[in-house]
Ligand binder design. Structure first.
Ligand SMILES: Cc1cc2nc3c(=O)[nH]c(=O)nc-3n(C[C@H](O)[C@H](O)[C@H](O)COP(=O)(O)OP(=O)(O)OC[C@H]3O[C@@H](n4cnc5c(N)ncnc54)[C@H](O)[C@@H]3O)c2cc1C
Length: 412
């Protein structure tokens, strides 16, 4: 309670920039460690609903469970099986939760329901969140860092956590995100929307690799449910709803996104194949560019970057967001092991960077490998890929290793 009162009285142990999922999880996990955090969020508390869909691993569920948030999230669809294939070539692999001995390989949920549950958890835990307060500048010094909001008082703490989603060049945060240590422009853009299929999803997700880029269908029961229909029709729609992430070259993606519904559904059927029968409906399409930017957690004295602020990944295999949640969790645990004097010290920030390297670089490398090796039509590579998928399909230890890495990340 003393720690909380400290935060409310303006003496903060940790200041967090951004109450997205990563910033919010960090604040909640810090509180479990008895450390007061205060969060500054640029958007107002009643911000417009974000339509993104997130794929959460079972490992991320365990983090949200430990924070008491998981049971409060609505509209979650488990993924119990994943079907991986490549278009126009042999080789496919299937992963199942049963084989890996977990209740689900992952979960699909709207960004908006996750952030709503986290917002409520922050309020229930009496963690101070200043909504509608955009941080304009961070000033760092040897013993503390100071946040300067666009309007209002400056705030100081021995540790500042930047979880602003890495809006390079768009936000006004200064100093702006440093240049990435490693970046790749895949010349790919994702077309995202919700679609309805002829056949029920039965909690199966698809990852289909094509020379133009990967396409993922994630069972997403609560998304494409037409309003106003009967309960029966709504239940039917739930069982046939998928979130689609269709990667294509930048020019193709813009063209695909602009197609009228019927032409879009036909194009998707030709691209994806008929495993789920025909595609019968689609919500409005949105696009976002796909890039790799590895910035790292190192910022400046007393400042650490986590989540998308530290690394932005291609969405194939759903690694980026889950790595971000593990960043938040691991940082809070490390803070809990520190004396108050050591919080935010150079030694602590170096230990954090060291501790995260294997997991983050593993996720960056795996994602980058998948995009580059699968997004082409080079014949020898096609055969090697087919053999790789076949090995994954028939060799249970390999299957278990890959699935567990995707679910729990890599640990040193
Ligand atoms: C358009 C788009 C679509 C995506 N689609 C998918 C998808 O389909 N599936 C998937 O798994 N992942 C997707 N992602 C990635 C996923 O959204 C991120 O991995 C995840 O949101 C990262 O969480 P975060 O908390 O680090 O950042 P964010 O969720 O971006 O949250 C950052 C928060 O910081 C706040 N903020 C920013 N600047 C400031 C400031 N100066 N002061 C105060 N607050 C600030 C923002 O308002 C925001 O609330 C998508 C990303 C984008 C951009």
């Amino acid at each position: 309670m003393d720690e909380r009162m400290n935060a409310q009285n303006g003496i903060n142990n940790v200041l967090i920039v951004g109450a997205g999922p990563v910033g919010a999880v960090c604040a909640l996990a810090l509180q479990q460690q008895g450390i007061a955090a205060r969060v500054l969020e640029a958007q107002p508390a009643d911000a417009r609903v974000d339509t993104r869909t997130l794929a959460l691993s079972y490992g991320s569920r365990l983090i949200l469970d430990r924070l008491g948030v998981w049971d409060k999230i609505e509209a979650v669809t488990p993924i119990t099986r994943i079907h991986i294939s490549q278009r126009g070539a042999l080789g496919m692999a299937r992963l199942s939760a049963e084989e890996v001995k977990v209740p689900a390989l992952g979960y699909v949920l709207p960004y908006a329901t996750l952030t709503a549950a986290l917002k409520q958890a922050l309020a229930d835990a009496a963690i101070a969140v200043d909504y509608g307060v955009a941080v304009a500048r961070i000033e760092s010094a040897a013993t503390c860092a100071t946040l300067h909001p666009e309007a209002g008082e400056a705030l100081t703490a021995p540790l500042v956590v930047v979880a602003d989603g890495g809006r390079r060049g768009k936000g006004k945060l200064a100093p702006a995100a440093p240049e990435p240590k490693f970046a790749r422009d895949y010349d790919q853009t994702a077309v995202v929307c919700d679609v309805q299929t002829e056949l029920p999803h039965a909690n199966q997700a698809y990852e289909r690799f094509t020379p133009e880029g990967p396409a993922a269908l994630l069972p997403s029961g609560e998304r494409y449910v037409p309003q106003g229909d009967s309960d029966f029709l709504r239940a039917e729609a739930r069982e046939r709803s998928y979130a689609l992430v269709w990667s294509a070259s930048d020019a193709d993606a813009q063209r695909i996104a602009a197609l009228p519904d019927a032409a879009f559904l036909d194009a998707l059927y030709r691209h994806f194949g008929g495993r789920q029968g025909r595609f019968v409906a689609a919500s409005p399409r949105k696009t976002f560019p796909l890039k790799l930017a590895y910035i790292g957690s190192e910022a400046s004295d007393r400042v650490v970057r986590i989540g998308n602020a530290a690394q932005t990944l291609h969405p194939v295999a759903g690694q980026g967001f889950n790595i971000g949640l593990r960043d938040a969790w691991e940082l809070a645990n490390l803070c809990g092991e520190m004396s108050r004097e050591a919080l935010g010290s150079p030694a602590m920030l170096a230990a954090y960077a060291r501790g995260r390297r294997l997991d983050v670089m593993g996720g960056v490398g795996f994602t980058d490998f998948l995009v580059r090796v699968f997004s082409n039509d080079i014949a020898p590579l096609r055969h090697v890929r087919g053999l790789g998928l076949l090995a994954l399909e028939v060799f249970p230890p390999l299957k278990s290793f890959v699935a567990r890495r995707m679910i729990f990340g890599a640990r040193g």
